[in-house]
Design a protein around this ligand. Structure first.
Ligand SMILES: N[C@@H](CCC(=O)N[C@@H](CS)C(=O)NCC(=O)O)C(=O)O
Length: 209
């Protein structure tokens, strides 16, 4: 049994989607970041960076923060969604790290400046939108002629997809990135993704292009 501490955000949804895909039983603990619950002392013991998501594996009482580390842990625990060794393993980790260092923080800045604070910092809006277009183009090029970012559906797809699901917030037109659009829709149609998207609560239907 896994305890999942999460909220209705892309980083949170990565882990609930992975748990659903892996069929691991889990208990959800909602951490409402709009009410600063991520700063509660009990949560800080589990996630000292005061951010969701985090897990505690009740089998060994291990607490883990950082969505990328959690995805690797869950994949290794079950032997699914990440090859055990060889180039295939590092290809998945390569694109997982791309997500953690690129789309995560950069699209997060687009949400901050473009969606929530438009007009306050035009240069920041320009800078992060330009970076968003660059990252979408990289993803589109990677997905040309392949179904998933690595050889098979993996934790790398699961890490990237929730960030693309905010394409409307990012003012991105998925029709301009046909490979991303095909990949996005295929993953959106997976029942486990639909279940994981609604954790810890349903906010809206999955946006479709
Ligand atoms: N690198 C971290 C980022 C986590 C993160 O930024 N979480 C956001 C929600 S998506 C959060 O908890 N924000 C609360 C805050 O900013 O205080 C991860 O991938 O787990």
């Amino acid at each position: 049994m896994i305890d999942l501490y999460t909220w209705t955000t892309p980083n949170g949804r990565k882990v609930s989607i992975a748990l659903e895909e892996l069929g691991l039983p889990y208990t959800v603990h909602a951490i409402d970041i709009s009410k600063d619950e991520q700063f509660a002392p009990a949560f800080l013991k589990i996630a000292p960076n005061n951010r969701i998501p985090a897990i505690v594996d009740r089998e060994n009482n291990m607490a883990l923060m950082e969505s990328g580390a959690i995805l690797i842990y869950l994949a290794d625990k079950t032997g699914k969604l990440l090859p055990k060794s060889g180039e295939g393993r590092y290809r998945v980790i390569e694109w997982l790290m791309w997500q953690m260092g690129g789309p995560g923080p950069m699209l997060g800045q687009v949400h901050h400046f473009v969606k929530y604070n438009p007009g306050k910092a035009p240069y920041a809006e320009e800078r992060y939108l330009k970076e968003a277009h660059r990252l979408y183009k990289i993803l589109d090029t990677r997905l040309a002629g392949r179904d998933f970012v690595a050889d098979e559906y993996s934790i790398a797809d699961i890490a990237i997809w929730p960030w693309i699901s905010r394409f409307e917030w990012q003012t991105m037109d998925l029709n301009a990135f046909p490979n991303v659009k095909r990949w996005y829709v295929a993953i959106a149609n997976r029942p486990a993704v639909q279940r994981g998207y609604d954790v810890p609560k349903k906010m809206q239907d999955i946006p479709m292009p």
